[in-house]
Design a protein around this ligand. Structure first.
Ligand SMILES: *[C@@H]1O[C@H](CO)[C@@H](O)[C@H](O)[C@H]1NC(C)=O
Ligand SMILES: *[C@@H]1O[C@H](CO)[C@@H](O)[C@H](O)[C@H]1NC(C)=O
Ligand SMILES: *[C@@H]1O[C@H](CO)[C@@H](O)[C@H](O)[C@H]1NC(C)=O
Length: 340
């Protein structure tokens, strides 16, 4: 029965839609929500799946160079499932013809090629939608950054493209349910200033903090907190131990070991004094496999600059700032233990 269906599909396939000519992986990473998929996908390996998401993050691999690690998640009867793997560009001349490998077995037509056949505009350093098929043209996935924004701004363009390219009848897109969803935590998108991690799936926090203070005061305070550990300053979040690994005029790189000595995270701060305020790009990444972090990576950064307003201990300067979270596993600000 299954073989018969596949045979029908192969005969029914129209012309293969070519991949787009350009794709910048750094604009492709982050969380995607599946808007629709064709019956080949929706009625087979995504049968009964709702709330389907894909998380992509850049990583480096000794064999393939830059890879995009991936976590595809979905719920079936309210329960979350996922599959992990990675994609890589096999031929630099064809950057939108990716090859995908999953960590577990999935039907062969779900592995192999991942061709981006239409890409939306870039907003906030992210492509806004992506239409994905493969080298046979049989599978179809429509992904977007925001379900409501997609419906309002991009759906008509994509629908017209799909109709023009033979994604009709059996290959017509079937809408994916994205209502009342409980989503899996997102993978951290590693910005260029992130410290990187040797493991694929790990927690992290990437943020931009704008200080009213000068960058030299912010840097001096961070250095003073680390240098004053246990005597003039103790980490208010579980009494971890920080160490500065590298410092330049505009960067501070650190590591932090948790109070129990078990886990080490790496942190980078990049300071930009260009405008009236001091803008700091800050990122912390866990160095071990971890999906939830209960705010640790955010606290790793926050504890080094938070002020008396947040009940944080300070050494030299009480800093004033606003935070913009770019992507954090958990961005809790409850970093100050009541009794430390
Ligand atoms: C995938 O699901 C398993 C089992 O529920 C869970 O332990 C794991 O954390 C999930 N992985 C990702 C990357 O979401
Ligand atoms: C890479 O793609 C280019 C352009 O399509 C093609 O000419 C070339 O043969 C490909 N290289 C390999 C190794 O497949
Ligand atoms: C924090 O940890 C250090 C070293 O492990 C220890 O010397 C210090 O007493 C601890 N401080 C508190 C407040 O627990």
């Amino acid at each position: 029965m299954f073989a018969v269906v596949l045979l029908f599909l192969l005969q029914g396939a129209g012309a293969v839609v070519p991949a787009v000519s350009e794709l910048d992986p750094s604009l492709y990473v982050g969380r995607w929500y599946q808007i629709s998929a064709d019956a080949l996908v929706a009625d087979t390996f995504e049968l009964k799946a709702e709330c389907v998401t894909a998380d992509y993050a850049l990583a480096s691999d000794p064999t393939y160079g830059t890879i995009i690690k991936l976590v595809n998640s979905e719920t079936i009867n309210g329960k979350l499932f996922n599959i992990t793997g990675y994609a890589y560009i096999a031929n630099e001349s064809e950057p939108a013809e990716l090859s995908v490998k999953f960590d577990e077995y999935v039907p062969s037509f779900a592995t192999g090629s991942y061709w981006v056949i239409l890409l939306g505009p870039v907003v906030n350093n992210q492509y806004q939608y992506s239409v994905v098929s493969d080298s046979t043209g049989l599978s179809l996935f429509v992904l977007a950054r925001d379900v409501a924004d997609y419906a309002e701004n991009y759906a008509s363009t994509v629908d017209a493209f799909l109709a023009d390219n033979g994604y009709a009848d059996f290959f017509a897109p079937i809408a994916t349910v994205q209502d009342d969803c409980t989503y899996a935590p997102t993978l951290v998108q590693a910005s260029s200033y992130c410290p990187t991690s040797p493991v694929m799936f790990h927690a992290g926090c990437d943020e931009t903090v704008t200080f009213e203070n000068s960058c030299s005061d912010v840097m001096a305070e961070i250095v003073a907190r680390v240098g004053g550990q246990y005597e003039t300053w103790s980490d208010p979040h579980n009494n971890g131990t920080y160490a500065i690994t590298t410092q330049t005029d505009s960067t501070i790189q650190l590591s932090r070991t948790t109070g129990n000595g078990e886990y080490t995270d790496h942190m980078n701060f990049v300071f930009d004094d260009g405008s009236a305020s001091c803008v700091v790009s800050a990122c912390s990444e866990s160095q071990v496999t971890s999906l939830y972090d209960y705010g640790t990576n955010h606290c790793n950064l926050f504890s080094l600059y938070c002020g008396t307003e947040d009940s944080c201990p300070i050494v030299m300067y009480d800093l004033t700032y606003t935070e913009k979270i770019n992507s954090c596993t958990d961005a809790t600000t409850s970093c100050v233990a009541s009794s430390v």
